[in-house]
Write a protein that binds this ligand. Structure first.
Ligand code: PAF
Length: 282
């Protein structure tokens, strides 16, 4: 595995790979990360490894997606462990730039629909930072495929919009959420939780799971989560067939989501099946 810190060198190498490209096997895959890698990232990397000849993992704690009161300075940076994991998983290049912004950087990618509300509402400027850095990472690594986790469902929608609206030549591959045995979705921020906070945080996946089968899932989730001590609800919303929620446990903000399975669509599905059956009988 090569470790590249220079953006120019990264781009030269990616462009060289592009020129040498022969058929499907030479595809370039990018897994963009901010490091503190866990099994969720490992799954993105494994999927990338299966689908491309060249796998690049970018590791850059992007300052422009953090608000002034957020955890940029304390964000975990276990670089050696991250590099070891990438090496074990057969990554070709770990792209770990020190900085991606000129001192007078003045160009931003702003998505103006998918980024509204939810995390965009509680973290102003967050998705502008994400969209800008991901667009820049695409320019530097020239990927055919880029892998993003479904845990950050809104981030995924924003990136898909940016790619579509700016006609960027990359296919976005969503990857399912990876959970710990107890159900907590893996996140680099889980390591901030004390054992007691982690226990309390389990209410997030448990209540989401119970809520997705209710007739009014978001209202049900809100009622139940607000009864629990030590947790603060940031938002809960049903969007694009998923119930998405963010909570705070102590100083840590956690997000998660699950596909909706509300009784209404299930009844409709049953009626559709019955319709098919009766048409077949007729
Ligand atoms: O999901 C993340 O880790 C970050 O938002 C990303 C996509 C690497 C951009 O900094």
């Amino acid at each position: 595995m090569r470790r590249i810190t220079s953006p120019d060198l990264m781009q030269q190498l990616a462009l060289r790979w592009k020129r040498e490209k022969v058929g499907q096997r030479a595809r370039i895959a990018l897994v963009p990360t901010m490091g503190a890698l866990h099994e969720g990232h490992a799954e993105l990397i494994r999927q990338a490894r299966k689908q491309a000849a060249h796998v690049i993992v970018s590791l850059y704690v992007n300052p422009t997606q953090f608000g002034p009161k957020e955890d940029l300075s304390r964000y975990p940076r276990p670089l050696d462990a991250d590099a070891a994991l990438c090496r074990r998983l057969g990554v070709d290049v770990l792209f770990n730039p020190a900085n991606l912004y000129a001192p007078d950087h003045s160009t931003w990618v702003t998505e103006e629909a998918a980024s509204l509300g939810r995390c965009g509402g509680s973290r102003p400027g967050h998705f502008r930072g994400v969209a800008t850095v991901v667009t820049k990472l695409f320019a530097l690594t020239q990927p055919d495929l880029a892998f993003f986790g479904l845990k950050d469902a809104q981030q995924l929608s924003v990136i898909e919009r940016v790619v579509r609206d700016l006609a960027l030549p990359v296919r976005i591959v969503p990857v399912e959420i990876v959970r710990d045995r107890d159900g907590l979705a893996l996140s680099s921020r889980n390591r901030y939780l004390t054992p007691a906070e982690r226990n309390r945080a389990l209410a997030l996946p448990l209540l989401l799971q119970a809520a997705v089968v209710q007739p009014a899932p978001a209202a049900w989730f809100r009622t139940h989560i607000t009864r629990l001590p030590g947790l603060t609800l940031d938002y809960v919303e049903a969007v694009d067939g998923r119930l998405c929620a963010a909570i705070r446990v102590g100083k840590t903000r956690l997000i998660d989501n699950l596909p909706l399975l509300s009784p209404a669509p299930r009844k409709r599905a049953k009626r559709v099946k019955q319709g098919v059956r009766s048409r077949r009988l007729a």
